[in-house]
Write a protein that binds this ligand. Structure first.
Ligand code: ZN
Length: 198
C-alpha cells in the first residue's frame, strides 16, 4: 500500500498465529511509526533466536546446545520421565516447580484426520528411549483435550511390552485444558496427584 517493503513486512507478520491482515497492518504501522528502535531490536532478537535455538537431541525441547540443561543435569531423577506435547508445557511444569525428573517433548498430539500419526509426533523414538531401561515411571502430561487423552492412551498401548509404570496427570487440569494455560499451583497439584494408568 505505502511501499513494497511495507507490504512485505505485513506479509511476514502474518506468519504469527491468529494474526490476520488487519492486525498485521496495525503491528507494521506501530513498529515503523512509533517504535523503530524496538523494530530493530525485534528483528535482531528474531534472527538471533532463529539461528541459535533448536531441538535438544534427547528430549526435543529447545536449547542452544546439542543437549539441553535439563537432560544434562545430574541433580534430576533419570527414572522419572514426563511426556508433554510442546516446549511450552516444559516451561509451565518447570515454573510450577513440581517436577524433578526429565522430559520428552512430542511436538504435538496424534490427530489422524490431519495426517498426524505416531511417526509425526516421534512416538517410535520415545518408545526406543524407554526401551533403554533407565526410566521407571512415565508421567503422561499431554493436554486434557480429546487429542491429548488419545495420545496418552496410545502411549500406554505402545509401551505395553515394557516394564514401566505409566501415570497421567489429571486432577485440577480442566477437561479440554492446555497445560500452558493452567496456573502453577494447579499444575503442581496435578503432577503430585497423578493417577496410575498401567
Ligand atoms: Zn533435553
Amino acid at each position: 500500500m505505502f511501499s513494497e517493503r511495507f507490504d512485505q513486512l505485513v506479509q511476514a507478520l502474518r506468519i504469527l498465529p491468529s494474526v490476520g491482515p488487519k492486525s498485521a497492518q496495525r503491528m507494521a504501522l506501530h513498529l515503523i511509526m512509533k517504535n523503530k528502535q524496538g523494530a530493530l531490536a525485534l528483528s535482531e532478537a528474531l534472527s538471533d533466536a532463529a539461528d541459535h535455538i533448536h531441538e535438544c537431541s534427547i528430549c526435543h525441547s529447545l536449547t542452544e546446545n546439542e543437549v539441553c540443561d535439563i537432560c544434562l543435569s545430574q541433580d534430576r531423577d533419570d527414572t522419572l520421565l514426563c511426556v508433554v506435547e510442546s516446549p511450552a508445557d516444559v516451561m509451565a511444569i518447570e515454573q510450577s516447580g513440581s517436577f524433578r525428573g526429565k522430559y520428552h517433548v512430542l511436538g504435538g498430539h496424534l490427530s489422524p484426520l490431519d495426517g498426524i500419526g505416531p511417526e509425526e509426533v516421534g512416538i517410535p523414538a520415545l518408545v526406543q528411549r524407554l526401551a533403554e531401561g533407565q526410566v521407571a515411571e512415565v508421567i503422561l502430561a499431554t493436554n486434557a483435550t480429546v487429542e491429548g487423552q488419545a495420545t496418552a492412551h496410545y502411549l500406554v498401548e505402545a509401551t505395553r511390552h515394557l516394564n514401566l509404570k505409566m501415570t497421567r496427570i489429571a486432577q485440577g487440569v480442566p477437561q479440554g485444558g492446555e497445560l500452558e494455560y493452567v496456573d502453577s499451583h494447579t499444575l503442581s497439584q496435578a503432577v503430585h496427584n497423578r493417577m496410575q494408568m498401567k
